[in-house]
Design a protein around this ligand. Structure first.
Ligand SMILES: NC(=O)c1ccc[n+]([C@@H]2O[C@H](COP(=O)([O-])OP(=O)(O)OC[C@H]3O[C@@H](n4cnc5c(N)ncnc54)[C@H](OP(=O)(O)O)[C@@H]3O)[C@@H](O)[C@H]2O)c1
Length: 261
C-alpha cells in the first residue's frame, strides 16, 4: 500500500538509531517533515544527514535526554520555534535497565519511568493542543510485547510498558472526539543496537552477534528477528490517514512471538 504523509510534521524521540531512525526515514520518504530527539549530538546529526540524503526530506534534530523533564521542555520549545507544530508524535526513545528484582533501586525504577512513561506523558500534553486545534493528530507509543504479557523477570520495563499501554488508551479516549488517534506498537525482537547491547552484556555466551541473532530468531514462530524497516511500515500506517478508524489499540510486531493477541 502506498502511504502518504505529505504535509505532516512528525516528532520521533530516539530517532537517531534503530527503530526510531527507520521510522524517521520511512516517514520522510512518505513526505513528512521529521524532528528527532536523542542524546548523542554527533550520532543524531549524522542520522539527520543520512535521512536528508536518502529522502530529500526536511529533517530537524535536537540533542536532548528525554528522561530529563527540564531538558525535554527546552527541546520542545526549541522545536516549536524552529520546526513548528507536531501532527505525529512517536514516543520511541528507550533503553533497558534490568536485573534481579532485589537489586533494582528506586532510582532505577524512577529512571525507567521518566524515560519510557513520563517523557511520553509530557510530550503528549504539549503536542495535544495543536493536534486538537487542527482536528488531526497521531500518537504512536513504542512499547514491547511484555506490556500485555509481562515476564516475571525483566522489571522495570515490563511494568513501565504496561503503564504505556494504559496511557495509550487514555490518550485515545481523550483525542478521539478531536480526530487525534493514539495507538501502540508492541515490539518483539527487532535487529538494532539494543540486540547488539544484549549480546555485549554476555547474554549470548560465546556466540558471535550474527549467530546470536540467528539462534534467538529461530525461537520466534517466523524463524527470525524482524528488521527496523518492517517495523517502520507498521508505524507509517498508524501515522497516516489510512489508519483513520484505528485508535486505542496495540499491535504486536513480533513475528508471532507474543503468547497473547
Ligand atoms: N529492538 C528491539 O527488539 C526492542 C524490543 C523491545 C522494545 N524496544 C523498544 O523500542 C525502542 C527503540 O529501540 P531500538 O531497538 O531502536 O534501540 P536503539 O537502537 O538502542 O535506539 C535507541 C534510540 O533512543 C535514543 N535514546 C535512548 N535513550 C534516550 C534518552 N534518554 N533520551 C533521548 N533519546 C534516547 C538513542 O539515542 P542516544 O543513545 O544518543 O540517546 C537511540 O536513538 C525503545 O523504546 C526500546 O526499548 C526495542
Amino acid at each position: 500500500m502506498e502511504i502518504s504523509l505529505a504535509g505532516r510534521k512528525a516528532l520521533i524521540t530516539g530517532g537517531s538509531r534503530g527503530l526510531g531512525f527507520a521510522m524517521a526515514k520511512r516517514f520522510a520518504k512518505s513526505g513528512a517533515a521529521v524532528a528527532l530527539f536523542a542524546r548523542r549530538e554527533d550520532v543524531l546529526g549524522e542520522a539527520a544527514e543520512r535521512i536528508r540524503e536518502a529522502t530529500g526530506g526536511h529533517v530537524w534534530a535536537h540533542a536532548c535526554d528525554v528522561a530529563d523533564a527540564v531538558a525535554l521542555k527546552a527541546a520542545h520549545e526549541a522545536m516549536a520555534e524552529e520546526f513548528g507544530h507536531v501532527d505525529i508524535l512517536v514516543n520511541n526513545a528507550g533503553g533497558s535497565i534490568s536485573g534481579a528484582f532485589e537489586d533494582l533501586t528506586d532510582e532505577m525504577w524512577q529512571q525507567d519511568f521518566e524515560l519510557k512513561l513520563f517523557a511520553a506523558v509530557r510530550l503528549a500534553r504539549w503536542c495535544l493542543p495543536h493536534m486538537k486545534a487542527r482536528k488531526w493528530g497521531r500518537i504512536v507509543n513504542i512499547l514491547n510485547i511484555g506490556a500485555r504479557a509481562p515476564k516475571p523477570r525483566g522489571a522495570p520495563t515490563q511494568v513501565t510498558r504496561a503503564a504505556g499501554l494504559a496511557l495509550t488508551k487514555v490518550l485515545a479516549g481523550d483525542g478521539a472526539p478531536h480526530g487525534v488517534l493514539a495507538n501502540a506498537l508492541l515490539t518483539g525482537q527487532i535487529v538494532t543496537d539494543q540486540i547488539a547491547r544484549r549480546h555485549e552484556r554476555g547474554l549470548a555466551g560465546n556466540l558471535s552477534l550474527e549467530d546470536y541473532i540467528a539462534e534467538e530468531g529461530a525461537g520466534i514462530p517466523m524463524g527470525r528477528m524482524g528488521t527496523p524497516e518492517e517495523y517502520a511500515n507498521a508505524a507509517c500506517f498508524l501515522a497516516s490517514d489510512a489508519a483513520s478508524y484505528v485508535t486505542g489499540t496495540a499491535m504486536n510486531i513480533d513475528g508471532g512471538l507474543s503468547p497473547v493477541i
